[in-house]
Design a protein. Structure first.
Length: 409
């Protein structure tokens, strides 16, 4: 790839703004993941209740992505992003100053979903500036904003420990989102290729297409797996291996780094060898790693397994969204919102699977085995639909796409 051609083909300030917006939003979205271990000292919870608390922001993000996806097409990604950041400040202020019960925490958790919905804004803002041959890299760079998770897992519990409790973390999070709001407002710019506002019929039309649902399933596993693990692993390391709140979050950080920083690599490789081929390999890696994790080996071994598994999930995110903009070029904001919502639903169910099965069986083994089986099912799904995809996309004039996506039968 010619780096100069990539830089000239789009709008770098908007790409950088998309990354920052997604990064700080993702950081805020997963705040409760590491903090729940600290919060449990004030509000005791069993395994199922803790899983519910870390799952609620993901559910909120899933629902609100549909709304922000619609607004992205209707008023443009820049205005939608500005609105999203302003609304995100509400649960931060509430969590900082007004928490009085576990019920309050559940409400704040759900409202934090506004930050997770940033996905439906940041990716279209970046994507619309770049031609098809650079979609994987552009979407990967913008999507690498999920590295904000690393900041949360690395610093949230340390701040809570040294600066007066977990509530302070919510207050301090207002600083970076305010700074990013200013930068985003100055540098982000909507693409001149911004499509017209979508009607309800457009949503209906997209939802009638089988490919929409297929991408939803695939992304529910890759993105849902990543964000669900990112939110739940601190609880896992704390309860399974007896690590302190800070050390459990540190081990989570190691795993999250893999998923965050390898997402652009997934997009870049998908540009070169094809998103379909990449996804089949990556789902295979996820299935193997989680099956091995289910045996609950020693801490060093399980950390290495989770690192590789999260790396595959992160790269899978990039590979899925190398395909989406090429299949749905004119409905990218709409489809990004729908597929992103499905990803959020996957992330919502993952902690509940692990937490509820731990509560009922006393072990994490059944949960990880189920997650491994889901990854295997995705491989089979792609194997079945790939030939039809090639035929369909050829019919839509996707010759260049098919040249990339050809997979040996």
């Amino acid at each position: 790839m010619d780096q100069k051609s990539f830089l000239k083909s789009g709008h770098t300030p908007s790409l950088f703004s998309s990354f920052l917006y997604f990064d700080v939003s993702f950081m805020i979205w997963v705040l409760l993941g590491p903090l729940v271990v600290v919060i449990m000292a004030d509000y005791p919870m069993n395994a199922a209740q803790a899983a519910n608390l870390v799952a609620l922001p993901i559910l909120g993000g899933s629902i609100l992505r549909l709304i922000l996806g619609f607004l992205t097409d209707y008023i443009g990604p820049k205005r939608t992003g500005q609105l999203g950041m302003l609304i995100t400040m509400v649960p931060l202020i509430w969590g900082w100053q007004f928490i009085g019960s576990l019920s309050d925490l559940y409400i704040v958790a759900l409202l934090l979903g506004v930050a997770g919905a940033s996905f439906a804004v940041a990716l279209p803002l970046a994507s619309r500036w770049y031609p098809p041959q650079y979609q994987g890299l552009a979407m990967g760079i913008a999507g690498a904003g999920n590295s904000g998770t690393v900041l949360t897992t690395l610093f949230a519990n340390r701040i809570a420990q040294h600066f007066g409790g977990w509530e302070v973390v919510f207050g301090l999070a207002l600083i970076p989102i305010t700074l990013v709001f200013i930068i985003f407002s100055i540098f982000a710019k909507d693409s001149p290729n911004q499509p017209g506002p979508k009607k309800l019929a457009d949503y209906t039309s997209v939802l009638k297409q089988k490919d929409t649902w297929l991408f939803c399933i695939l992304y529910a596993v890759t993105f849902g797996g990543f964000v669900g693990m990112a939110n739940y692993l601190t609880i896992f390391f704390n309860t399974q291996y007896g690590l302190s709140a800070v050390r459990a979050a540190d081990f989570t950080t190691i795993c999250v780094i893999a998923g965050s920083f390898f997402r652009p690599v997934g997009g870049w490789l998908a540009d070169r060898i094809g998103g379909i081929r990449m996804l089949m390999v990556l789902y295979g890696g996820v299935a193997l790693m989680l099956a091995a994790v289910s045996s609950l080996p020693p801490l060093a071994v399980i950390t290495a397994l989770l690192f590789v598994g999260m790396m595959c999930l992160g790269m899978g995110n990039g590979a899925v969204f190398q395909l989406v903009p090429q299949r749905f070029q004119n409905e990218i904001g709409l489809v990004t919102g729908i597929v992103g919502a499905a990803g959020g639903l996957g992330g919502f169910f993952l902690p509940k699977i692990l937490g509820n099965l731990k509560q009922t069986t006393g072990s994490y083994t059944p949960g990880f085995l189920i997650l491994s089986a889901i990854a295997v099912a995705c491989i089979l799904l792609i194997f079945v639909v790939q030939k039809q995809w090639k035929q369909t996309w050829v019919g839509q004039g996707g010759k260049a796409l098919i040249d990339q996506q050809t997979v040996a039968s």
